[in-house]
Design a binder for this molecule. Structure first.
Ligand SMILES: [Fe+2]
Length: 322
C-alpha cells in the first residue's frame, strides 16, 4: 500500500470558535461568536489552578483589586492582599471572593499550543482581511461576582470567550473618536499610557452589550474600548465563579496602524492634526515607513534604559513594534 498521508485532510477541530455570521465577519467590526472551548480539558478549574501556580514564578498570576469601577485604573498585584496561597484561593474561591487574572498564559507550552489552535479555527476569516497573524497571547480572568474590569483599550485584536458562569461585556466601535480621542489612542500605542482613555457614564448606551454565558464569545478589533462586569444576582452557592479568556493577536494591519500612530505622534508634536490611521490610505502609505523608523528608535531607547524599567516592560511589546 502506498503512503497516502500527504493527501490526508486534517479532521475538523473538536474544540473551536466560530462567528455567528461567518459570511459578513470582518476583522474591522465587533462580532458575536460562539465556541465550545469551555468544554476543553485545559480550561477546567483544576487545570487552571495548575496553570496559575506555574505562572507564579513569572509574576503572571495577578490578584485584581476589588475596589474598582468602570472609571478606575487597571490595578493588580502579584501577591494576594491577605497573603493567601494560590492553592487556598482556588480551594476556597467562593468564600474568599478571589479575583485572579492569569496573564500571558502562552509562556506555558501546552497553553501556547491551545491558543494557536483557537486562532486557527478563525484563521481563514481573519487572514482574508488581515494576513500575517503573529504573537498570539492569552489572558484568563477568574472572578467571583461582583467584579468589574475597568474601561480600557488594547493594542491587539481579541477573541473574547466566556468559559464559565456569566459576565457582561460592553464594547465600543474602535472608530468612534467621541469615545476615545485620536490623541489618547496614539498615546496608548506609543507610550502604553491609558491616562487619556477615560470612561464617562454617557458612553454606556453607545456600546454593544453582550450578556455572555459559557459558549458565547465576542470578536473585537484592536483599540476597541471595552469593559466587563459580573453580578452576584446571576450566581448560586457552589456556582459563583465567572471565567473568561481573551485570546489576543497582532496582524500586518495592527502593525501598520501602530507605525502610522508613531508617525502621527511626531506630526502632532509639530502642531499638526494628522489623519487617523485608515482615514487616508495615500497618507498612510507615506507615514508607515516613517513610523517604523520612529518605533525602532523608541525601542532602542527602551532597550538601553535601566534593568528595573526593562523588567517592568518584560511582557509588553516594545513601543511601536506592533
Ligand atoms: Fe482588554
Amino acid at each position: 500500500m502506498g503512503d497516502c498521508s500527504q493527501f490526508a485532510v486534517a479532521p475538523p477541530a473538536t474544540h473551536r470558535v466560530w462567528a455567528d455570521d461567518a459570511a459578513s465577519f470582518s476583522t474591522y467590526r465587533i462580532a458575536a461568536l460562539h465556541h465550545n472551548m469551555h468544554e476543553h480539558p485545559l480550561f477546567q478549574m483544576h487545570e487552571l489552578a495548575k496553570l496559575a501556580k506555574e505562572l507564579v514564578p513569572f509574576s503572571q498570576c495577578r490578584f485584581m483589586r476589588h475596589d474598582v469601577t468602570p472609571a478606575s485604573k487597571i490595578a493588580h498585584d502579584a501577591l494576594h492582599p491577605d497573603g493567601r496561597s494560590i492553592d487556598e484561593c482556588f480551594e476556597r474561591i467562593e468564600e474568599l471572593n478571589a479575583w485572579l487574572a492569569l496573564y500571558n498564559i502562552e509562556v506555558i507550552p501546552r497553553y501556547q499550543a491551545l491558543l494557536g489552535d483557537i486562532v486557527d479555527t478563525m484563521r481563514a476569516q481573519i487572514e482574508r482581511e488581515q494576513p500575517g497573524i503573529f504573537r498570539v497571547n492569552g489572558f484568563v480572568f477568574i472572578t467571583v461576582p461582583p467584579s468589574v474590569t475597568p474601561f480600557h483599550i488594547d493594542r491587539e485584536n481579541n477573541l473574547w470567550l466566556q468559559l464559565h458562569g456569566r459576565k457582561t461585556l460592553n464594547v465600543w466601535d474602535h472608530r468612534d473618536r467621541s469615545i476615545v480621542p485620536a490623541e489618547a489612542v496614539e498615546d496608548f500605542i506609543v507610550t502604553h499610557s491609558l491616562r487619556k482613555v477615560r470612561f464617562k457614564e454617557e458612553f454606556r448606551p453607545l456600546s454593544h452589550e453582550f450578556n455572555a454565558h459559557p459558549g458565547d464569545g465576542v470578536y473585537f478589533p484592536s483599540t476597541s474600548p471595552h469593559m466587563t462586569n459580573s453580578d452576584t444576582a446571576w450566581t448560586s452557592p457552589g456556582d459563583r465563579v465567572s471565567i473568561s479568556i481573551g485570546v489576543t493577536f497582532y496582524t500586518s494591519a495592527t502593525r501598520k496602524a501602530a507605525r502610522i500612530h508613531q508617525a502621527n505622534r511626531v506630526l502632532r508634536r509639530c502642531g499638526l492634526s494628522p489623519a487617523y490611521p485608515g482615514d487616508s490610505p495615500a497618507l498612510d502609505g507615506l507615514k508607515a515607513p516613517v513610523g517604523r523608523l520612529v518605533g525602532a528608535a523608541r525601542a532602542s531607547i527602551v532597550s538601553r534604559i535601566g534593568p528595573a524599567a526593562r523588567f517592568k516592560l518584560a511582557t509588553a511589546p516594545p513601543p511601536g513594534s506592533y
